[in-house]
Design a binder for this molecule. Structure first.
Ligand SMILES: Cc1ncc(COP(=O)(O)O)c(C=O)c1O
Length: 446
């Protein structure tokens, strides 16, 4: 995060930014004045459940899953990256839409199981899986371990042998090309993530030699927030070509290829759109060139599936003029929606923010909006034109269904965590209870 950079770039049109319009369209609100989720005005939700509040739309989640699956085609098995939103209700909704699941911790394994996923169907990635985690996952019958180092592989072999089990292993490959176009890259050079391509043959042979391991395939995940469909396709092609070469050279078979994901979603005004159809067409070519009966292809997505289905609601608590500029202090902030406050961003731009009940009102009053935390970093936008704000007004941050609460420093300043609500069939229900001030003491000993 940049500590105190210059004024954000925005085009002065407030909610008419194309990314905001697209986000409203995804919720079916492009032509209305009141933001609603699955037909329920968010103002009603804020009155009923309080603010700050996360609201998730089950129909939007299903529609995202349907669209992505349609674009990627029937040969691709879609996986939900639960790290993007560990909500049980969201995970269960996506499972109901036919989406599998990949996990990165034991906690995520428990959420996935509670959402109805059989452990044998899950895939477990992550560069720092501890022995206890590997062992507990083996004990629960986890499906496939995405191994990221020789070290991990040897430990998994020992643990599986001790339990008289055979662990299914896919090697996560750190391809030299990486994932071009990704805002956050996780490979391509020296990396904690994945096994360098030139070291993969050594691991393949080690798996072959270990009776407690069974080689199932390869995995790549080179980065997140990728807005370049061609780069995603190139990465998939590179993985398939490496697989073909290693199969030929080493006499093994990779029955499963997980080609990653990381499709980008607008977080800030001016962000582009990921060309899903181009990704689908390109991947179809890769699959056509490298397919065979029984081979399974996976794509794993977090934010692209869930971000558009979530809204973060926050009210203006105080407003004032200082140094000739309008300021609004909100009841929500960085501690719940860190990404929207620019956490991890190099250049700060305003997030996709609207006045929930005045979507079409003229955005004529530049205002700096931020939360209740004691840091200048708790600021969503600086001098962003919005309709004039008064205490009690409701703001909505869009595209907040992924990397929201779980990606935020929730304990900073000990504010209670917001509730989460799922709307489905026009009915809203709480799916995560609101926290309370006394949570600040929970688990602490004098
Ligand atoms: C291995 C792996 N898979 C999937 C994801 C999900 O990425 P995204 O939410 O960008 O789709 C991540 C995110 O960091 C990841 O590390």
């Amino acid at each position: 995060m940049t500590p105190d950079d210059s004024r954000p770039e925005h085009d002065g049109t407030g909610q008419r930014d194309p990314a905001v319009v697209a986000a409203l369209r995804a919720l079916g609100c492009a032509d209305t004045d009141r933001l609603a989720v699955d037909g329920v005005p968010v103002a009603e939700l804020a009155d009923r459940f309080g603010t700050p509040l996360y609201v998730f739309s089950a129909p939007t989640l299903r529609e995202r899953a349907r669209r992505v699956q349609a674009a990627l085609g029937p040969r691709v098995e879609l996986l939900w990256s639960i790290k993007a939103n560990p909500s049980l209700a969201v995970t269960a909704c996506l499972r109901g839409a036919g989406v599998g699941c990949e996990i990165a911790s034991l906690g995520e394994l428990l959420v996935a199981e509670a959402a109805g996923h059989a452990p044998a169907s899950l895939r477990f990635a992550g560069p720092g899986k501890a022995a206890a985690e590997l062992d507990a996952a083996l004990a629960r019958g986890l499906g496939t371990f995405h191994v990221e180092s020789r070290d991990e592989l040897d430990e998994l072999a020992r643990l599986a042998a001790a339990r008289d089990l055979v662990a299914a292993v896919a090697i996560r490959v750190n391809l030299p090309s990486g994932l071009g176009g990704a805002r956050m890259r996780m490979g391509g050079r020296s990396s904690r993530f994945g096994v360098d391509a030139e070291q993969v043959p050594e691991l393949v042979l080690a798996i072959d030699a270990a009776p407690s391991l069974r080689l199932t395939g390869l995995h790549v995940y080179g980065g997140t927030q990728c807005f370049d469909a061609a780069a995603f396709v190139a990465q998939a092609r590179a993985l398939a070509e490496h697989a073909a070469r290693w199969e030929r050279d080493l006499g093994v078979a990779f029955d499963e290829l997980d080609v990653g994901g990381g499709f980008g979603i607008a977080v800030f005004a001016g962000d582009p759109e990921f060309d899903l159809d181009a990704a689908g067409r390109g991947l179809a070519e890769v699959i056509a060139a490298h397919d065979r009966p029984g081979r399974r292809w996976f794509v794993e997505l977090g934010r692209y599936l869930a971000a558009p289905a979530g809204v973060y609601l926050t009210r203006v608590v105080r407003q004032k003029v200082s140094g000739g500029e309008h300021h609004a202090a909100l009841d929500g902030g960085l501690h719940h929606a860190a990404a929207q406050a620019g956490f991890g961003a190099i250049v700060r731009r305003p997030p996709l923010v609207v006045c929930a009940d005045r979507l079409r009102a003229a955005a004529e009053t530049p205002v700096t909006i931020g939360g209740p935390l004691c840091t200048p970093a708790d600021r969503f936008a600086e001098q962003l034109p919005l309709p004039a704000l008064l205490a009690g007004d409701l703001l909505a941050l869009l595209h907040c269904g992924a990397y929201g609460l779980s990606y935020s420093p929730t304990r900073f300043l000990s504010h209670a965590a917001p509730a989460e609500v799922l709307v489905d069939g026009g009915e809203a229900r709480v799916v995560r209870l609101r926290g309370e001030p006394a949570d600040a003491l929970r688990g602490q000993l004098p």
